[in-house]
Design a protein around this ligand. Structure first.
Ligand code: THU
Length: 160
């Protein structure tokens, strides 16, 4: 028997003001689009802004459904839109913010497992890493240099 240890790494920014200017701008757009979340069931609003290498910014917010599993997370709304409308573009950066109507979220809120798997597909396809920044409503922002830091030991097409 042997043991394998996989490590991962994030950078931490204490506040939005510490972010590089382009990411501040991206995060501002994520905060703005978070208002468009359709979240009558969870009251948990997520906003996402994606910067593409063609200069376009694609936005998304979570969209819920009375049949709960039919709803979709903000990250997938945004990344599937990017794939649908700009199939040749590469995804450079992604800013994510999540806020609850019932309590203020102060910790960085990472994308869920299904969103990580979906982002992984695009990162592998485009062969360049996607920078991912995520936060709550206020407080620190975590930066992942690549989706790989969020989903070590991922399942991908090489196993098929
Ligand atoms: N949600 C997202 O939009 N992104 C995530 O990564 C986690 C969860 C949404 C789904 C649902 O509308 C609400 O947040 C509560 O789970």
């Amino acid at each position: 028997m042997k043991e394998i240890t996989i490590t991962t790494q994030f950078k931490v920014f204490d506040s939005v003001l510490d972010l590089p200017n382009d990411i501040q701008e991206l995060m501002t757009q994520a905060v703005e689009v978070r208002k468009n979340a359709y979240a009558p069931y969870s009251k948990f609003r997520v906003g996402v802004a994606i910067l593409l290498d063609n200069g376009k910014i694609v936005l998304g917010s979570n969209q819920e459904n009375a049949a709960y599993p039919s709803g979709l997370c903000a990250e997938r709304v945004a990344i599937f839109y990017a794939g649908a409308v700009y199939p040749e573009a590469k995804i450079l950066k992604m800013a994510i913010t999540a806020a609850s109507d019932s309590n203020q979220t102060t910790a960085p809120i990472p994308p869920c497992g299904s969103c990580r798997q979906s982002i992984a597909e695009y990162e592998i396809k485009q062969e360049i890493p996607i920078e991912i920044y995520f936060m709550g409503e206020i407080g620190a922002i975590y930066k992942s240099e690549s989706l790989k830091n969020l989903l070590p030991f991922m399942f991908d097409k090489k196993f098929l």
